[in-house]
Design a protein around this ligand. Structure first.
Ligand code: SP5
Ligand code: ZN
Length: 345
């Protein structure tokens, strides 16, 4: 299997994030996640690691607002230039909003903080010096996987970091800056009918927002119920698309302690919708944070469960671009991803 991976992610390693209740914790979405996956996949006979191609900004700007991308590109440099304290110890700093542009007719104001609170939705999408370059390379990994399908591969893996599914057209959040799966799916949708299945533990709010009024790309997300889980305000069952997109979005919010059996029965319903949509291409947003023991998740999916999730999705027999999202039980992450991917090799 072709696996598109770039080392550029390493320079995106914020020194902290701000967790529930306002405590600073080490950044959960860290480079070690990739090392765990790389180690597991390199031991197999079937993993073919390839550098991503550079697709330029056009496919990214087909999804994200230019002003938002400009903000990502310049945020760190502007902060460094404007705050002497950052320059004294840049490695201890990460840019986060001070206030959020909440429930009013907001627009980005010109100051850096004024743009920060407009373009960032939470306190886990920290920006450091290498963030923008890492996000671009990550999007290129997803696009390269999509492109491999058009070139005849039955499956390809975008080993993307940072992840993407929480990023909307003009906002970052949940460790995500550019929505890699959305960029790849939109690019694929110009070549054939495309569906996105998001199995990350968290609701794929960015992907939902981006395609909500589009009927040409089916989007489905299976996740912890936002009634108790991040991102808290989106990902509910009654959200089914709008306008031309009505009926082309579906959420499966599931309760705490969801295990293999309940997960797989929601997945079967999702797969049935995909079959009915009859796409030419499938994009899978693959998080492994539904794992029993994930520090950010409340589900109880086992390693065998991940095998079965992969087996069922592969049973659709569609050209499939698998795009890496979350998963924070680092010691199990490599094996869980390998086990799921094995179904596609
Ligand atoms: C891509 C992805 O998986 N992003 C997830 C971002 C979640 N950030 C919010 C963290 C809130 C964690 N609350 C968990 C408490 C566990 N004790
Ligand atoms: Zn997640």
């Amino acid at each position: 299997m072709k696996i598109f991976y770039s080392e550029s992610h390493r320079s995106h390693y914020p020194p902290f994030e701000v967790f529930d209740g306002g405590i600073r914790v080490p950044y959960f979405e860290n480079p070690d996640r990739m090392d765990q996956i790389l180690t597991a996949l390199k031991r197999t006979q079937w993993a073919d690691f390839i550098q991503p191609n550079d697709f330029g900004l056009d496919p990214i700007l087909a999804i994200h607002d230019r002003d938002y991308i400009n903000f990502l590109a310049s945020c760190w440099d502007e902060w460094l230039a404007s705050d002497p304290e950052v320059a004294t110890a840049p490695e201890k700093h990460a840019f986060l909003p001070a206030t959020f542009a909440l429930r009013r007719k907001a627009r980005p104001t010109t100051s850096l903080r004024g743009r920060g609170g407009y373009y960032i939705m939470d306190l886990s999408a920290c920006i450091v010096e290498g963030t923008y370059q890492a996000a671009l390379a990550s999007a290129n990994c997803a696009l390269s996987a999509a492109s491999a399908l058009v070139n005849g591969e039955r499956s390809a893996f975008g080993l993307c970091r940072p992840p993407g599914h929480h990023a909307g057209k003009d906002y970052a959040g949940g460790y995500c800056f550019i929505n890699n799966a959305a960029v790849a799916a939109n690019w694929l949708s110009k070549k054939g009918r495309t569906a996105i299945l998001d199995v990350d533990y968290h609701a794929g709010n960015g992907t939902q927002d981006i395609f909500y009024e589009r009927g040409d790309v089916l989007t489905i997300s299976i996740h912890g119920d936002p009634d108790f889980e991040y991102p808290h305000y989106i990902g509910f069952a009654e959200e089914i698309g709008a306008g031309a997109g009505l009926g082309f979005h579906r959420n499966f919010p599931l309760p705490k302690d969801t295990g293999d059996e309940a997960y797989l029965s929601a997945l079967e319903e999702a797969l049935q919708m995909i079959r009915a949509f009859a796409p030419d291409y499938l994009v899978v947003s693959l998080g492994a944070d539904a794992f029993d023991g994930d520090p950010l998740g409340m589900f109880r999916v086992t390693r065998n469960g991940f095998h079965e999730i992969g087996n069922r999705i592969a049973g659709l027999n569609l050209p499939t671009a698998i795009i890496m999202e979350g998963g924070y039980a680092n010691e199990a992450l490599g094996h869980n991803i390998q086990t799921l991917l094995e179904n596609f090799k």
